[in-house]
Write a protein that binds this ligand. Structure first.
Ligand code: SF4
Length: 193
């Protein structure tokens, strides 16, 4: 029997769902291949960070349990037990592994000073301290006690806050309480709290 490249790719594409051009079912071989890929991996359930649909994902990691080994993500797929997506992911969510394993991903805070044309690394302690000082200064400079009609408004017009779908409801609740206590009214997140 002659097997063309197209026939072979066709079999590979359907994943051995039917008898192959080789005359036997390739499904067990594909299943074993998949099993081998993730057999020793740790499964971590998580949430896709890209949009508010919040599809469930499983992140497979190697090396979590050995000493002196940096854990390595080897595979990400939709969580079949998740009630929202039941194992499916849109193309963006399906590329999540490339978001995690990306050498351009920022893993530390950076700051771009006024007038500078580049970003500098900064420690977490310094970043938090600077953000706190600038937040207080901006709030003090832009706080409005009464509007033009003399009505008491007590609002801060110089700060806005935007949250994302990766923020938990608990985090968003704290953000809302913090921002509201400062008088911030330009406040948005995807949790609708
Ligand atoms: S997989 Fe797609 S639809 Fe689901 S949360 Fe991610 S971006 Fe949104």
């Amino acid at each position: 029997m002659e097997t063309s490249r197209r026939d072979f790719l066709k079999v590979a594409t359907i994943g051995g769902a039917a008898a192959s051009v080789f005359g036997f079912d390739l499904a067990p071989a594909y299943a074993q291949l998949r099993e081998l890929k993730i057999a020793r991996a740790t499964e971590t359930r998580s949430t896709c960070p890209y949009c508010s649909v919040s599809c469930g994902v499983i992140i497979y990691t190697l090396g979590d349990k050995a000493k002196n080994v940096t854990p390595q993500v080897i595979h990400v797929e939709g969580d079949p037990d998740h009630p929202i997506n039941r194992g499916t992911l849109c193309p963006k969510g399906a590329s999540l592994e490339q978001d995690i394993l990306n050498e351009r991903r920022l893993v530390k805070p950076q700051v771009r000073r006024p007038g500078s044309d580049h970003w500098d690394d900064i420690s977490w302690d310094d970043a938090i301290s600077e953000i706190a000082k600038l937040t207080k200064k901006t709030r003090d400079d832009t706080f409005v006690e009464k509007d033009a009609n003399g009505h008491t408004v007590n609002r801060c017009e110089g700060i806005s806050f935007a949250g994302g779908c990766t923020d938990t409801n608990e985090f968003n609740m704290l953000v809302v309480k913090t921002m509201r206590s400062m008088g911030v009214c330009y406040l948005e997140n995807q949790a609708r709290v």
